[in-house]
Design a protein around this ligand. Structure first.
Ligand code: AMP
Ligand code: GLY
Length: 424
């Protein structure tokens, strides 16, 4: 089996690391990859939206399967591109087609989907520049804080939560009338604020059957105590202690099944990951958002807990036989702590030499923003390394990650020292 993984972050390194452990794998390619993926496969210099380039490479290298990491190529239709061409359609794509990817690509689409299939979510309405005044009126019916979401993809920045009505109206005007998020905010979803604690549930589906993956909680803010600016994610823990079997049974019955069945009813041919962002409100799950890919850094804690052969699992997704395989997950806890460049998520410098990764023995160091420069590993992004560790519990796993991080250095390294703080 020759597999091409698309993407270049910690998520793609974790997926590649796991695929590389399979005896069924012949060649693993990662486009474009990073300095970490290069250790488990072969990096290919292709950008994730260059479908022609990816297709040409796949044919020339006899690629049998493509695992798509990030949402952008999915929303742009990489799966459709491959199915529509005779010479490419035998290649299994792990990731939904363009229509299914709208669950992440359009907040309005995903809210309508949830409404249609009775999936618990916050009450909402959608507005455009023409209906700005109606938006103001709707805001007046809600209690603060107010949740405003740009409809389209906005690189994780499209959600704003003002805590008073005046700011909410200003923000809505900025988004709709002044194109704050460009085309992504031509339409804005306003929704009720859900007060609770967040977690993520991951589903892998072949369109007919599904497997529930381990739960995870990520820490999105840059500062300790969940303060400061939003980031891509500063660390994660799996499993989530408050996600009891009783809670997960509700999630499966009220959310996962209706979501997979809803896709079928709507004739949306969906294969790949479905990442469900949930709010636990007094013991009941509500969907905050769908993503059509794995989370990052959640992947760096979810994937290591999977004991099954990931190549076999993906093959079953491609063949629509996910119901026939056993899916095994370890009971151990995995935590990851993200080391970032000083200044992130605002401006930061790149190309800082990274020292000490080879001396880490008790953790797995997944590379996020790194590359090789003159044979040395250097920083190449805001989020640089995700240091993941196993433990009998969260405390033991985190201790290992922090001990490992003490062996790693680069100029202006920063990481949160309180990952998992709210989970005791
Ligand atoms: P999203 O991009 O939809 O995941 O939203 C980003 C973040 O905003 C989420 O991770 C939540 O922390 C928060 N959020 C989104 N929707 C709501 C809501 N209805 N109530 C409370 N918090 C929300
Ligand atoms: N860590 C959140 C995400 O990947 O969207």
């Amino acid at each position: 089996m020759n597999i091409l993984v698309i993407g270049s972050g910690g998520r793609e390194h974790a997926i590649s690391w796991k695929l590389a452990q399979s005896s069924k794998l012949s060649n693993l390619f990662i486009a474009p990859g990073n300095a970490g993926t290069e250790e488990v496969g072969k990096n290919v210099e292709l950008v994730v939206s260059d479908f022609d380039g990816i297709a040409k490479f796949s044919v020339e290298n006899d690629v049998n399967m493509i695992v798509v990491g990030p949402e952008v190529p999915l929303v742009e239709g990489i799966h459709d591109y491959f199915t529509e061409k005779e010479e490419l359609k035998h290649i299994h794509i792990i990731g939904p087609k363009k229509l299914g990817a709208q669950l992440e690509g359009s907040k309005k689409f995903s809210k309508e989907f949830m409404q249609r299939h009775d999936i618990p979510t916050a009450k909402y309405k959608a507005f455009t520049a023409e209906t700005l005044e109606d938006g103001f009126a709707f805001l007046e019916t809600l209690n603060p804080p107010f949740v405003l979401k740009a409809d389209g993809l906005a690189a994780g920045k499209g959600v704003v939560i003002p805590d008073n009505l005046e700011d909410a109206k200003k923000e809505l005007t900025e988004m709709l009338a002044n194109s704050k998020f460009g085309a992504a905010s031509q339409e804005v979803v306003i929704e009720e604020f859900l007060d609770g604690i967040e977690l993520s549930v991951f589903v892998l589906t072949d369109g007919e059957n599904y497997k529930l993956l381990p739960t995870a909680k990520d820490y999105k803010r840059i500062g300790e105590g969940d303060k400061g600016l939003n980031t891509g994610g500063m660390g994660a823990v799996s499993p989530v202690p408050f996600a009891t079997q009783e809670f997960l049974d509700k999630v499966e019955k009220q959310i996962v099944k209706p979501s997979v069945d809803g896709l079928k009813k709507d004739n949306i041919d969906y294969v790949g990951f479905l990442f469900i962002g949930l709010m636990n409100v007094g013991g009941n799950p509500y969907v905050i958002e769908y993503n059509v890919r794995m989370g990052d850094p959640e992947t760096e804690v979810v994937i290591p807990r999977i004991e099954s052969d990931l190549v076999e699992v993906f093959e079953a997704v491609g063949n629509k036989t996910l119901n026939e395989i056993e899916f095994k997950v370890t009971d151990e806890t995995v935590c990851t702590v993200m080391a970032v460049s000083g200044g992130y998520p605002e401006t930061y410098e790149k190309l800082k030499a990274i020292e000490g990764i080879e001396s880490v023995k008790d953790s797995v160091v997944f590379h996020a923003g790194t590359k090789k420069l003159d044979g040395k590993i250097v920083t190449n992004g805001g989020r640089v390394l995700a240091v993941s560790s196993f433990g009998v519990n969260k405390k033991e796993a985190l201790e290992k990650s922090y001990a490992s991080l003490n062996k790693i250095c680069f100029e202006k390294i920063y990481f949160r020292k309180d990952i998992g703080f709210d989970l005791d």
